[in-house]
Design a protein around this ligand. Structure first.
Ligand code: SAM
Length: 288
């Protein structure tokens, strides 16, 4: 892939744009490993975010029922068209993924291939917008069942973290509310052209059909999580009562924590998703 990448870059006179996170994966073994982790077959609609110069795209298109590649950079469209011309089961969209309606894309692809059953997302993500992209897929979720992403190693550690660890935070809770994330393997900067300045990790998320916990009010849940992690050095009671979002006095919040058997001196980072749900469900109820 290293050679093909260099040839395509030369042929189309491509100037790589650092600000778009353009580090192309050129290690064939790693590309195969990532594609295998998504377990793709002809029943799958696969969306690839940021196909770049098409190194992984061709492998995905060869396995999927439908492959949709969404690339923001118009300079990469001609080489991508060249790569994809042998795959009539593929669509190329020249757009910002954050401004793309996933529902619309999936609906159109289902019309082309009604026999497809599953939606999978596979990407070597542009690291500068990792979190917005992951949250967009999880929140909009047009029937996705698996996502396999290469991301910055530190972000992967935060996503998969469990309560009590230093990496556990609002991102861990948000992702684990919607999915079960799993850390698969690390990838060295040497596998890319040009080499990124950070280490990378591949993760897989199995997206839940129903979120991990039942909520009365989803916004209240995320506000509770944010407030609890926002002031990491404060006790849970102080962090929650310093926030003006809950319309509850400090005494009322203390009573809620007592009722739920949660130590008021605990720190937010020790709470499970279930405990955040319990607290936020109490906040969502009007004071008796
Ligand atoms: N998939 C290729 C690979 O593995 O070699 C390229 C991965 S590179 C890390 C990230 C790709 O995402 C680049 O092609 C970049 O132009 C593209 N990209 C950056 N921001 C994007 C956005 N908002 N929407 C869609 N693509 C984007």
């Amino acid at each position: 892939m290293r050679q093909i990448t260099k040839e395509l870059i030369q042929k189309y006179d491509i100037r790589l744009t650092k600000s778009l996170g353009q580090n192309f994966l050129v290690d064939d073994n790693i590309i195969d490993k990532i594609v295998n982790m998504a377990d793709i077959d002809k029943n799958d609609i696969v969306i690839e975010v940021g196909p770049g110069i098409g190194n992984m795209t061709r492998r995905l298109a060869a396995k999927a029922g439908r492959l949709i590649a969404v690339e923001i950079d118009k300079h990469l469209i001609p080489p991508l068209e060249e790569v994809l011309k042998e795959f009539p089961n593929s669509s190329l969209i020249n757009k910002d993924i954050l401004k793309t309606s996933l529902e619309e894309v999936i609906r159109e692809e289902k019309e082309k291939a009604p026999e497809t059953e599953h939606v999978k997302i596979v990407a070597n993500l542009p690291y500068y917008i990792t979190t917005p992209i992951i949250m967009k897929f999880l929140e909009e979720n047009p029937g996705i069942d698996t996502m396999v992403f290469m991301i910055q190693k530190e972000v992967a550690e935060r996503i998969v973290a469990s309560p009590g660890g230093k990496d556990y935070g609002a991102l861990s809770v948000a992702v684990q509310y919607y999915s079960k994330p799993e850390r698969l393997f690390d990838v060295s900067p040497h596998c890319f052209v040009p080499k990124p300045e950070v280490d990378s990790t591949v993760i897989r998320m199995k997206v839940f059909k129903e979120p991990a916990v039942k909520l009365i009010n989803k916004d209240m849940f995320f506000t509770t999580v944010k407030a609890s992690f926002g002031q990491r050095r404060k006790t849970l009671l102080n962090a929650l009562s310093n926030s003006n979002k809950f319309a509850k006095s400090k005494e009322e919040i203390r009573q809620i924590l007592i009722d739920l058997g949660i130590d008021e001196n605990a720190r937010g980072e020790t709470l499970t998703i279930n405990q955040f749900a319990q607290i936020s469900n109490r906040f969502a109820q009007p004071t008796q």
